[in-house]
Design a binder for this molecule. Structure first.
Ligand code: GDP
Length: 333
């Protein structure tokens, strides 16, 4: 076992006392794909589950340059003034692929990172088939166990990570630029449909008029979407992070959402559904990892890959054969 690992009791106690070093270590443990780490992480998550769920979970997305980090700085400081403890988990889909980062974490959110009520942590993102599982959900639960009241999960609005983030948060916020046209912003209609609120950023100086116009346009566009099962009608507002305008209003809106959907029962219902989703996703991850660790199956896969490359076997038939090998293995075990 890795020497930097603690015992379960040390993790649990450290989290209970809000120890950030222990929290960071626990998230690193949850992100590890080493079999021993996964067993430990599984036990840890199991133990802390009763202490989770007490935060409001907010997803924030938008294209690079829309003003996410500047918004989160202003928003985080507003929440901190409201007496909240905030954890910010950032997911950067680019970092695995290019080793570069769209989010450029080193220079981001500098004032927020000095706020004692705030904890900021980039979390691993990636595809389980590529070997790296997304463990943001586990990171979120660990932050809750460490006593954070608000969890912000930030993602770049360019990839598939939005859907998985939408499936783990209570409230999903989409940041948009005025006057850029939604195609230009690379935002798919599907992402707008997932949003509980849209905030038009940089509503200051010469841009105020554009922002107000965009607000009306987006509000109109949202009316054309079918009604939500939540009973909540998504709201469009404007903000200026540098002038600290429209930021407290977003927080008020989120609190209103929480009250309304708690009363209607939707809040809990959504979390229950998300738990079912989590169970299914995690099971798939376990299956894939199990598969990847099996030498016999890896060899079979390598051989079939050669066959496919040499056009001796079709990809379809190779996949079926590999599945058959897997089934055979299960029957024999
Ligand atoms: P991110 O890539 O979405 O995280 O965007 P950033 O927060 O890094 O912001 C991108 C650029 O927009 C930076 O140069 C910011 O200074 C600028 N910016 C962010 N928020 C505002 C705002 O409220 N008003 C104005 N005028 N500029 C802003």
């Amino acid at each position: 076992m890795n020497n930097s690992r603690l015992t379960i009791a040390q993790y649990v106690d450290g989290l209970a006392s809000g120890d950030r070093i222990v929290l960071s270590k626990a998230i690193t443990l949850a992100e590890s794909n080493l079999p021993n780490d996964q067993i430990l992480a599984g036990q840890l998550i199991e133990q802390i589950m009763p202490r989770t769920g007490n935060s409001i979970r907010i997803g924030i997305t938008g294209v690079p340059g829309v003003g996410k980090s500047t918004f989160i700085e202003a928003f985080g400081n507003t929440l901190s003034d409201d007496g909240k403890k905030i954890a910010v988990l950032t997911i950067d889909p680019s970092s695995q692929l290019t080793k570069g980062s769209i989010l450029g974490d080193k220079t981001r959110m500098q004032s927020l990172s000095k706020n004692p009520n705030v904890y900021i942590r980039p979390t691993a993102s990636g595809n389980i088939l590529g070997g790296i599982a997304n463990r943001t959900r586990e990171a979120m639960l660990l932050c809750e166990a460490a006593g954070f009241d608000v969890i912000i999960v930030e993602t770049v609005g360019v990839g598939q990570s939005e859907v998985s983030v939408r499936n783990m948060v209570d409230f999903f916020l989409l940041l948009m630029l005025a006057g850029a046209g939604d195609e230009l912003q690379g935002i798919k209609k599907g992402i707008m449909e997932m949003a509980d609120a849209i905030v038009i950023t940089k509503a200051d100086g010469d841009n105020i008029q554009h922002a107000t116009k965009a607000q009306a346009d987006f509000q109109h566009a949202l009316h054309l979407f079918p009604a939500r099962s939540s009973g909540w009608s998504p709201v469009v507002s404007t903000s200026s992070s540098i002038e600290n305008k429209g930021i407290a209003e977003v927080w008020k809106l989120i609190k209103k959402f929480q009250t309304k959907t708690s009363e209607s029962g939707f809040f809990e219902q959504q979390r229950s559904e998300q738990n079912v989703q989590w169970f299914k996703e995690y099971f798939q991850q376990l299956l894939v990892l199990d598969f990847q660790r099996n030498e016999f199956l890896q060899n079979a896969m390598a051989k079939l890959s050669v066959s496919v490359r040499e056009k001796l076997t079709s990809p379809y038939s190779a996949a079926q054969q590999l599945l058959a090998e897997y089934h055979k293995l299960i029957r024999e075990s």
